[in-house]
Design a protein around this ligand. Structure first.
Ligand code: AMP
Length: 287
């Protein structure tokens, strides 16, 4: 059995559930408050707070876990990062009051107080810059700290930036960029059965992530334009070209293309005389 610690609530929880479900590891919990759930086969989920997951995995209470890179760094624990799961993208940033006069890191000087939920990362950041700030650990809502006089600046997570804006703060510098990661330990790797299960898990999750950025395009194109079509839809190893029983003027072309530029691909295919263009999502992609 491979025990995987997943965030029980908050921003990472929903997206982790969706990714596991898309990868065929559907969460079968006894109820919405269940602390564990079967994921099918040899996988079991343990639902815990995202900030506790690095400790759980490092201590062996779970074999693997999904949590933010920010929380992994803050834990200071030695962990293996097996995959970047791409969701929960945010940055840990230094921010100051609009009217504070602090606009760059150079404006932050020795003795200034920095409120944060991330004291370890914050201390390391300013230590490296050789600025002896006073770190004020808080357990949440750091953005209020400069307004109530307990800190001069803050180090907090920023996604869209709207929380900083509504609290009259502006971003001064980025401390680190974060996304969610799949983590484990060398001890789990040393166990053949669990290591194999871990490889299966990484393969399943990675194939879903690879597929999310791609689309499958099918089109009937004039045979005489095939060289130009190959340039528009190069595919993984070149497009698949299939004869159509219509006398030979057209052939069917199938290819995997980037989702982000699908509109341009369709326009380019149309310009080459393509007909019957179909675009579908891909469930999994193992290049
Ligand atoms: P935003 O207003 O979109 O910049 O979001 C900032 C607020 O959401 C802050 O209170 C952050 O602590 C929190 N936040 C943003 N992104 C994340 C994330 N990926 N994980 C956890 N908290 C986040």
């Amino acid at each position: 059995m491979l025990r995987i610690a997943l965030p029980n609530k908050g921003r990472l929880s929903q997206e982790a559930r969706e990714l596991f479900t898309d990868a065929g590891l559907e969460i079968r919990a006894a109820g919405p408050r269940a602390l564990t759930a079967s994921l099918g086969g040899e996988f079991q989920a343990l639902f815990v707070r995202a900030q506790d997951i690095p400790e759980f995995v490092a201590d062996g209470a779970a074999d693997a876990g999904v949590t933010g890179f920010d929380l992994i760094q803050e834990s200071g624990r030695e962990l293996d990062e097996l995959a970047d799961l791409e969701f929960g993208r945010c940055r840990l940033a230094v921010a100051a009051k609009e009217d504070s006069g602090v606009t760059t890191l150079d404006d932050i000087t020795a003795g200034m107080r920095v409120a944060t939920v991330f004291p370890r990362i914050t201390k390391a950041f300013f230590h490296e810059r050789q600025v002896a700030v006073e770190v004020v650990p808080v357990s949440g809502a750091a953005e209020i700290a400069p307004h109530i006089g307990i800190a001069d600046v803050i180090v907090d997570l920023v996604s869209t930036g709207s929380t900083l804006r509504v609290n009259g703060l502006h971003e001064v510098a980025t401390v680190l960029e974060s996304t969610s990661r799949l983590i484990s330990t060398p001890a789990v790797r040393a166990d053949i059965a669990r290591s194999r299960a871990l490889d299966e898990l990484v393969g399943a999750l990675s194939s879903v992530l690879a597929a999310r950025g791609k689309r499958y395009v099918m089109a009937n194109v004039p045979r005489e334009r095939l060289d130009d079509v190959k340039r528009v839809v190069p595919g993984l190893n070149g497009p698949t070209v299939i004869d159509i029983m219509n006398g030979g003027a057209f052939v069917a072309v199938h290819s995997v293309v980037a989702a982000a530029t699908i509109y341009r691909t369709i326009a380019d295919l149309k310009a080459l005389g393509a007909e019957g263009i179909l675009v579908t999502r891909i469930e999994r992609l193992m290049p």
